[in-house]
Design a protein around this ligand. Structure first.
Ligand SMILES: [Zn+2]
Length: 479
């Protein structure tokens, strides 16, 4: 038996269907909806796919090992065995997000966007690196777009998509893989930069569709799952200044000195802006107030509340319930800004719950979090090179077909895919998987086998690679 998972990062049916004339293959497939993780970011979502678990068990909620740690997560930080670690058949893994250093698997493994660069040893076995470098390169779309080379950037992403499929097909043949997985994160990249450009999208989607079809045509005997990790939406037009809200509601206590620093912040930022390409010297950081020092000061206070674009960390746990209900009521005129606000226990469970934010939320996609203090709660977003976002984009896609599949699921969760594939290969499903085997989509009716927990000890070892990876993530607007 053969199974192939084709991950289309950021793939979304409404957008694909607008261009169905250019995407005959995907248009012809059953359109199932896939519930993804919170947050709807690639790192958390694809790791939930590969482990069948929620982030409270695998530990990956963003690109960092822990929010605010400044440490980029590596493949060693995934605290659960992944599908390819559990299968005993021949496997091939191409470019998942949290995938450096490459894992030793029974087959091949190529590190994806979380790798520092292709100059590193980014493949397993290592001797594949040289050949892989002919196909895979590190893209820097932001730089190209900003220097007026948008068209070249488009062509590069197209080329990369095609090259990746070529390498995937070459390696799956060479290693005679039974299970293989390819993540086309180029779609996410393309949509970030060209979401509002109809002709660019049509052009890219047509190539993407042809490449997905190419994989399927060359593997007619395979069971295929096509899925995405989140959908996409237009760039937000309004910023919600969450710190201003927290200060106004009394959850952040500011001293007079803090308030003066906040007033000086725009000046400090303008001054530091001159050093944007170099890290500002430490002495300057100490004297000129900027966001980092303001955050640090607040962090050191006992009532510290931290944040990122989808969550809050609350030091005083007694306040969590209160903040959740107040956030639910935040409105812009009559329009609620938050579409969902939850305490962590409602969303995450597992041994790594400690690392998870205390409050997570989804916002109306026209809004984004801005951590700058501001005289107003809301402000207009300045134009950026990113035309599309997926911060609040929970509706992913799924379709499945092949000799062992009875019907494509109309609905599924991203955590259900790994248990289902384990079962298809007659492997046991770990008892602590959150996902379930979708027996109803399979022809075979045998019973599901269970095994003990697939949790692993999380051994962190990384340093110098961090900066390079961060630079690449900034390219995708993640940092
Ligand atoms: Zn993604």
């Amino acid at each position: 038996m053969k199974v192939i998972v084709i991950g289309i990062d950021g793939g979304t049916w409404p957008s694909f269907d607008r261009f169905s004339g250019s995407m005959p293959f995907l248009a012809s497939l059953k359109h199932g909806s896939l519930e993804t993780t919170i947050p709807t970011g690639s790192a958390a979502a694809w790791t939930s796919f590969s482990t069948g678990k929620n982030p409270g068990k695998h530990g990956i909620v963003s690109w960092e090992t822990k929010p605010f740690s400044g440490k980029i997560a590596t493949s060693r930080d995934i605290a659960a065995r992944e599908l390819w670690d559990m299968l005993s058949v021949r496997v091939g893994v191409m470019c998942p997000p949290i995938s450096f250093p490459p894992k030793e698997v029974n087959g091949f493994y190529i590190s994806g966007i979380g790798r520092p660069s292709t100059a590193e040893e980014f493949t397993y076995p290592p001797e594949e690196a040289e050949n892989a470098r002919h196909y895979i390169e590190d893209l820097n779309t932001l730089e190209s777009v900003q220097s007026g080379k948008a068209f070249e950037a488009r062509e590069k992403i197209k080329q990369m998509t095609e090259n990746k499929v070529s390498l995937f097909l070459e390696l799956t043949k060479k290693y005679k893989t039974d299970f293989s997985y390819i993540l086309m994160d180029e779609n996410d990249r393309f949509q970030h930069f060209f979401w509002k450009d109809e002709s660019a999208l049509m052009d890219y989607y047509s190539l993407l569709d042809a490449q997905v079809k190419r994989i399927c045509d060359e593997n007619r005997d395979a069971n295929v799952f096509v899925l995405s990790d989140h959908s996409f939406h237009d760039a937000p037009t309004k910023h919600f200044h969450i710190n201003t809200w927290l200060a106004n509601t009394g959850y952040i206590k500011l001293t007079l000195f803090d308030r003066i620093k906040i007033l000086l912040y725009p000046i400090g930022r303008a001054l530091l802006g001159r050093f944007i390409h170099d890290e500002p010297p430490a002495w300057m950081k100490r004297f000129i107030p900027h966001q980092e020092t303001i955050i640090k000061n607040i962090q050191e206070k006992p009532d510290f509340i931290g944040f990122n674009n989808f969550s809050l960390f609350v030091k005083n746990k007694d306040k969590v319930g209160e903040i959740v209900s107040k956030l639910k009521d935040v409105k812009d005129g009559d329009r609620p800004i938050f579409t969902g606000v939850w305490q962590k226990s409602e969303v995450y469970s597992g041994p790594l719950n400690e690392n998870m934010p205390d409050i997570v939320f989804m916002m109306d996609s026209d809004y984004a979090i801005n951590t700058d203090f501001s005289p107003f709660l809301l402000s207009h977003v300045k134009k950026t090179p990113w035309q599309g976002y997926h911060t609040f984009a929970p509706d992913a896609i799924i379709t499945a077909f092949g000799p062992d599949i009875k019907e494509s699921p109309a609905k599924a969760r991203i955590i259900d895919i790994t248990p289902t594939i384990l079962h298809m290969f007659n492997a046991a499903v770990p008892e602590d998987c959150d996902g379930r085997v979708m027996t109803e989509i399979l022809k075979d009716t045998r019973e599901v086998k269970r095994s003990k927990s697939s949790a692993t000890v999380n051994a962190a070892a990384r340093e110098a690679e961090d900066e390079l990876v961060k630079k690449k993530l900034r390219d995708l607007g993640y940092m």
